[in-house]
Write a new protein. Structure first.
Length: 147
């Protein structure tokens, strides 16, 4: 904000940028919740860059961006080779249990053994999972991305 003339009027985007910085300072423990709330009120009421600058002057420079977490070892893209397998088959299993449960409840409620309709979505999804596993889709073994 300091590059701007302090008497120039600030936009909503400028106020929002300062509000984000204040929230970050609160999350870092540099501002207590009450002081954060007071500064946010003054931030949204500020009309000029000078008013916004005063709200963050004692916070020092913005904190450096956090280093990204290290990627798990595994495939080319850093994804663990078992990651998609667990997600793919785990969601299939959970949905299968849900569908069979719905089928069982309808059978109990009707008093008759109904047609086992869950076989169709469960079966087609399983075929899709097997095909994806054979083809290597989602496992990082495909073509390299253009950069």
């Amino acid at each position: 904000m300091t590059e701007q003339h302090p008497d120039l009027r600030a936009s909503d985007a400028d106020r929002e940028a300062v509000a984000k910085r204040l929230h970050a300072a609160g999350a870092d423990g540099r501002l207590d919740p009450q002081e954060l709330e007071e500064r946010l009120e003054r931030c949204y009421a500020a009309k000029t860059f000078g008013e916004l600058d005063r709200l963050t002057a004692d916070l020092g420079p913005s904190a450096p961006a956090a280093a990204p977490a290290p990627a798990p070892s595994g495939g080319e893209d850093g994804m663990a080779p078992w990651g998609n397998w667990k997600l793919r088959w785990g969601s299939w299993a959970a949905t299968s249990v849900l569908l069979v449960g719905i089928w069982a409840i309808t059978c109990i409620a009707s008093g008759d053994l109904q047609y086992f309709w869950p076989v169709w979505p469960i079966g087609f999804w399983a075929v899709g999972n097997v095909a994806a596993s054979i083809a290597g889709w989602g496992q990082g073994g495909g073509q390299k991305r253009r950069q």
